[in-house]
Design a protein around this ligand. Structure first.
Ligand code: NAD
Length: 477
């Protein structure tokens, strides 16, 4: 068992590593400093990469069943510390209890399920003397860079498949939410051989050093599209493999035949879960003109029943915005909406702290070219939009550089599927939303990302293909 009250240390080569310097972590609900966080210097990054590199030959040579068992044990270890992780997650990220349970419970499930995956050898030809087979081999050292909205789960989405495939890992959490990941690193010292997973903390510079490091073979990155572009550029130095899970501006299309109250409730959570700091949150909700007013009323009524507050307090449904930078961005977005004279059905103003709280804001049918529609708010500011023509709403849904996910709501399944097929997004849910699985591929189209996480497609991204052609009949020259 590890001590969640002890200091936060990095994990390099299976051992405790202090930082060269330190920085502060805050509780976003109170703005109080909750920890001093080690700040890695360049030398410590190099040490972490070197440790991962040293650990790679032995780790990759293990039978896959042993690596799978180790990944499953990571799930056991997290489960044994679930209460500590959930409390710390709420303190550093701000999310309410139900959200923390979802994230930590999900991390356990992901470890156990990814541990069941393996990539079979593909035999393209096996005839007479000739056999042509393609097998998947690990890459080497993987750099995993995570954002601040789901710091534990998104780290596990990278660590688990990277390890099963035979790689070793250097994890760099967001400087806004490093604490749970540092504790995860500490926990893994007792589960994995030294160097197999290293956890280092620091600012954005550290991320840039990792993406440019010549001994790192792949970067798996989750974060904003703007940073994703920088990662891609920096990773080009040694042609690193990259998986980029980036931003989204997900449309939801509500047809006139739905149960209005039930769908409004579903879409409330689809939009505002995790205080809307969710890459796949429904960020533009298009409602058919004939039910728009009833839908808007139901959404606003439901919003009034939801409690925004300190995630650590019982009865809180939605916590604060995770950090001041994002809080300021949202205030600016709201100021712009007010300056444009947009009408709010709920919220629209922000009272000053303590705590980065933004009341649920719902904007009444803003113009398609307004900032609240065009931009990924990544906070609880939702544009509700009218439509009357299906071709028009599909064109509006697709009129974005993003293509992460979308949802369609209707009793007419054929119609909904027809719409889904015309949407430019990596996932389209029909009459449900945000159902993720370790066995279902997830990834963005357009500028929402490159590559896949989860499923065997996601596992394959931690490998190179190696084709072996054997000819038993040919005489060596
Ligand atoms: P961000 O891009 O600011 O930061 C993400 C991570 O990148 C952090 O660890 C940060 O320190 C690091 N980083 C910053 N600059 C870097 C650089 N130059 N090189 C390498 N690393 C660098 O994103 P964020 O604000 O933490 O997260 C919010 C964004 O993440 C939103 O756009 C959201 O939609 C997206 N997101 C996407 C998914 C998905 O699966 N598609 C999931 C969650 C969040």
């Amino acid at each position: 068992m590890i001590d969640f009250h002890a200091d936060y240390r990095m994990t390099i080569d299976g051992a405790d590593a202090p930082g060269e310097g330190s920085f502060e972590a805050f509780n976003p609900a109170t703005e109080e400093v909750i920890a001093q966080v080690p700040q890695a210097g360049r030398a410590q990054l190099d040490a972490a990469v070197a440790a991962a590199r040293r650990a790679f030959p032995a780790w990759s040579a293990l039978p896959v069943a042993e690596r799978q068992a180790a990944v499953s044990r990571i799930g056991d270890a997290i489960e044994a510390h679930a209460e500590d992780f959930m409390r710390l997650l709420t303190r550093e990220q701000g999310k309410a209890r139900a959200g923390a349970e979802w994230e930590i419970g999900g991390s356990v499930i992901w470890c156990r399920e990814i541990a069941k995956q393996d990539l079979p050898v593909h035999v393209a030809e096996d005839s007479g003397d000739r056999r042509v087979e393609t097998r998947r081999v690990p890459l080497g050292v993987v750099g995993a860079i995570t954002p601040w909205n789901f710091p534990v789960l998104l780290a596990i989405w990278k660590i688990a498949p990277a390890l099963v495939a035979g790689n070793t890992v250097v994890v760099k959490p967001s400087p806004f939410t490093p604490l749970c990941t540092l504790k995860l690193g500490e926990l893994l010292r007792g589960v994995l051989p030294p160097g197999v997973v290293n956890v280092i903390s620091g600012g954005n510079d550290l991320g840039a050093w990792l993406t440019g490091h010549p001994d790192v073979r792949k970067i798996s990155f989750t974060g904003s599209t703007a940073t994703g572009r920088k990662v891609m550029e920096s990773a080009s130095g040694n042609l690193k493999r990259i998986t980029l899970e980036l931003g989204g501006n997900d449309p939801a299309i509500v047809l006139p035949d739905v149960d209005v109250e039930a769908t409004a409730r579903e879409l409330f959570w689809a939009s505002f879960q995790n205080s809307a700091q969710f890459c796949v949150a429904a960020k533009r909700v298009y409602v058919h003109d004939s039910i728009y007013d009833r839908f808007a009323g139901a959404l606003v009524d439901y919003a009034a029943t939801v409690k925004v507050g300190d995630g650590a307090e019982q009865g809180t449904d939605l916590g604060p915005i995770q950090n001041r930078m994002q809080f300021e961005k949202l205030k600016d977005l709201l100021a712009d909406a007010n300056a444009q004279g947009l009408r709010f059905l709920a919220g629209g103003a922000v009272s000053e702290g303590p705590g980065f709280f933004v009341p649920i804001a719902i904007v009444d049918n803003p113009p398609e070219d307004s900032r609240v529609v065009r931009e990924e708010a990544f906070g609880p500011v939702l544009p509700l939009l009218r439509y009357s023509d299906l071709d028009d709403v599909i064109a509006r849904a697709n009129d974005t550089d993003y293509g992460l996910a979308a949802s369609v709501w209707s009793r007419d399944i054929d119609a909904a599927q027809g719409i889904a097929r015309r949407i430019e997004a990596g996932t389209v849910w029909i009459n449900e939303i945000h159902s993720f699985s370790p066995h279902v591929a997830f990834g963005g189209h357009k500028q929402s990302g490159i590559g896949i996480e989860n499923a065997l497609d996601g596992l394959a991204e931690y490998t190179n293909a190696q084709t072996i052609v054997t000819n038993r009949g040919a005489t060596p020259a």
